[in-house]
Ligand binder design. Structure first.
Ligand code: SDX
Length: 433
């Protein structure tokens, strides 16, 4: 990460006959940025240009650290491997949002608040009736999160936003489960305060009716707990940046999170986990012809990409993919599930990782490559995979929104552009065109 030699405190930019000196910012892990806040003023209007913001830092953040070259991911300084192995999802929610691992009493209080707020207003159930059974659960989720704010007027200007944070964390889980029940025509199952956060979600998803004697399988509960932890935050990804952007106009937290859900839905982002399974199913139907799909992915004109492969930041293994690949074997074995798609995924990974095209571009499996295999084994339908990603990422989005609103350098996000359209021209009346 660090350039060789001592840390520079300034950077010089030479534009034509002008030399501009700008401060350099250095983060706690040695990352460096040129602070261009004054560039336009000092240069007489010159801005930077960076499509997709691949080289642009939008903020300073203390939530998540990623080292893409070394495949490191830490939430508030704790390695993802340690958290995935030892923590509960509610502990990680608390850590990411409030900055520290909770004490026992803090965790008990937090979990009780989540239980007390898990119900949604009975009138909200009418919204579900309005959606067609074929409605994608991500469309339902985004709409219902915005609708939540009509029943719970946001405390937009409150300094700690705790009440909105608890309501979102507690009720989005219920909305997610209800959107599944709606899609299969089964009755909604109410939250059960006797169950923990993950167990209660599974109960609301898979208990067939109020009298069904469904019991949460501890193997499934542990697996889902780990999956949610692995998705909890990922610094300034597309959906987190969307939450910050929308939040920067000083709208409320619910509207920013609903926007984050929409950004996550795309197949280049969180929607990839559903797209991976659809890709593996297509390969399976095509007699497992992996070479054909790898060659398609290498052929730009095909428009096809290997879903679940590649990453803007990781140019090494995504540490979450490493954990999920191992977990997939363990969970399927513990559940006695045989899934031919797992074998296809492993073969696909092996072929790709030995192919010059992928090696040269440093394309490795990302978090979405194996997660769908596990969701399938847990009985979650593929249309719900990205909802699961959203449920995991919710604490991260909330933490990013909270940090943005508390930022001493807070200002509305409003990027500039380089105009390439027509220069000035005279209006031509209709009769002369
Ligand atoms: C997530 O940002 C985050 O942190 C996201 C996330 C999170 O936790 O929030 O990690 C979650 O969104 C993971 C990514 C899920 N998406 C996919 O799996 C979709 C498939 N992957 C790609 O479309 C792509 O890799 C992205 C979107 C993930 C990254 O896109 P970039 O950084 O813009 O990379 P690029 O498109 O510029 O690709 C660089 C090169 C190109 O080839 P050349 O023009 O250099 O010849 O690599 C090629 C691309 O064509 N390439 C791929 C590829 N991914 C990149 N070629 C084939 N298959 C792929 N999957």
């Amino acid at each position: 990460m660090l350039m060789s030699g001592e840390n520079p405190t300034t950077a010089k930019i030479i534009i034509g006959d002008k030399e501009i000196e700008l401060p350099v910012i250095i983060g706690s892990e040695g990352e460096m940025a040129i602070n261009i806040k004054k560039l336009r003023a000092l240069s007489g209007g010159v801005i930077t240009y960076d499509p997709g913001y691949a080289n642009t830092g939008s903020c300073k953040s203390a939530i998540t650290f990623i080292n893409g070259e070394e495949g490191i991911l830490r939430y508030r300084g704790y390695n993802i491997e340690d958290l995935a192995k030892n923590a509960s999802f509610t502990e990680v929610m608390y850590l990411i949002i409030f900055g520290e691992l909770p004490t026992k009493s803090q965790l008990d209080e937090f979990e009780n608040e989540l239980k007390e707020n898990a119900m949604i207003h009975e009138d909200m159930k009418k919204f579900f009736e309005g959606f067609p059974a074929t409605a994608h659960p991500m469309a339902v989720l985004s709409s219902m999160i915005t609708a939540l704010s009509t029943f719970h007027p946001p405390e937009n200007e409150h300094e700690d936003h705790r009440s909105d944070i608890i309501k979102l964390l507690a009720k989005v889980k219920t909305i997610a489960a209800y959107s599944y029940k709606k899609s299969i025509g089964q009755p909604y199952i109410y939250p059960d305060p006797k169950l923990g956060y993950v167990g209660d979600f599974l109960n609301m998803m898979f208990k067939k009716s109020p009298t069904d004697d469904y019991q949460v399988n501890p193997v499934v509960e542990k697996a889902l707990n780990q999956l949610l932890i692995l998705h909890a935050d990922h610094e300034q990804n597309c959906s987190a940046s969307t939450v910050r952007m929308v939040g920067s106009s000083k709208g409320n937290m619910y509207s920013a999170i609903a926007a984050g859900v929409s950004a996550l839905w795309g197949p280049l982002h969180g929607g990839a986990n559903q797209a991976v399974i659809e890709m593996l199913e297509a390969i399976q139907k095509d007699n497992g012809d992996i070479e054909k799909y790898v060659n398609m992915a290498k052929d730009k004109s095909s428009g096809f990409r290997l879903m679940g492969f590649g990453h803007r930041v990781y140019k090494n293994f995504d540490p979450r993919a490493r954990i999920l690949k191992k977990a997939a074997d363990e969970i399927l074995a513990e559940l006695g599930v045989e899934d031919p798609l797992l074998d296809i995924a492993k073969k696909l990974e092996e072929v790709a990782l030995n192919d010059e095209y992928f090696i040269e571009r440093k394309l490795y499996p990302n978090v979405d490559f194996y997660s769908g295999i596990i969701y399938r084994a847990l009985g979650i339908p593929k249309e719900m995979f990205t909802v699961m990603f959203a449920l995991g990422r919710l604490p991260g989005w909330i933490a990013q929104w909270k940090e943005m609103r508390a930022d001493p350098e807070f200002r509305i996000h409003r990027p500039r552009q380089i105009y390439i359209g027509h220069t000035e021209r005279k209006f031509v009346p209709l009769q002369e065109r």
